[in-house]
Ligand binder design. Sequence first.
Ligand code: DDH
Length: 283
Amino acid sequence: MSIVTPAYIQVEDDIRAILRKPGYDNGNIGPVLVRLAWHSAGTFSGLDGSGGSNGATMRFAPESTDPANAGLDIARAFLEPIKQKHPWISYADLWTLAGVVSLRHWADLAGQVESGCPVRSRVPPNGRLPDAALDATHLRAIFGRMGFTDRDIVALSGAHALGMCHTDRSGYDGVWTHYPNQFSNLLYKNLLEMTWVKRDWDDWDGPEQYMNVGDEQLMMLPTDMALIWDPEFKKYVEEYAANQDVFFKDFSCAFGRLLELGVTRDENIEGHEEGPRGAPQNE
Ligand code: DDH
């Protein structure tokens, strides 16, 4: 089943039309839509097949109140008028499509967006998304549960070229690159080419994060630093810093797989999704 139908194209056009938003962050809501798509899919567990974007369970507690998802209510609200205009599309597909449409400006994700028709869903427990304060072992545990390799982890982490951290959401603060509205391999270049020290220039009392020596305008999370502190991860950071085309190709594949995690398809039901047991359908 392909989702490239005139109806989907109309939804894509409507998503594209709301991306630019003067006054919001750096003037574009694409990064927070990418984060929504990733957090929606990133709860998947290969152990029992639970989690994933099926049923858009982030609408429901406890997933909606997971601190890891702080601020994603804003992303969901941006998309709500599109859901109202196209009630046939499932929330899961809308969120997935929004992440992909945002990224399509920069990376060729064609063919990776066939998020189908979720038919089973249970709200996953909190704690399945990565904790930015932790290290390489944690990253391998979290992403390994989703079936990703070291190479995939480094490729997916390159998404931090986009967007920023907000103190009122995650507690962290700042941008990873000087061009937060452009998808590129700059995260890797910055990691390798700049010197990173713990942020201390302003009596920072937030969670531990890193700043670049020099203009001190950029930040890295401890999990971003783990990509160069761990020698196995660092090999891929070097490869992607040297070759943006390889990064785009690997990112497209890994992000496409991420969005598909746990998605089940039913050839006979289009755009239908079932909420978690006992939860309102709110379609
Ligand atoms: Fe991320 N991310 N992310 N991230 N992420 C944050 C923002 C964004 C981690 C923590 C944070 C991925 C992996 C990780 C994006 C995409 C992706 C923020 C800041 C934190 C904290 C939130 C805020 O304050 O607004 C950690 C930890 C990991 C990890 O361990 C690997 C992945 C895999 C992706 C992806 O999309 C493939 C994007 C985009 C943002 C910027 C959001 C925004 O509003 O701007």
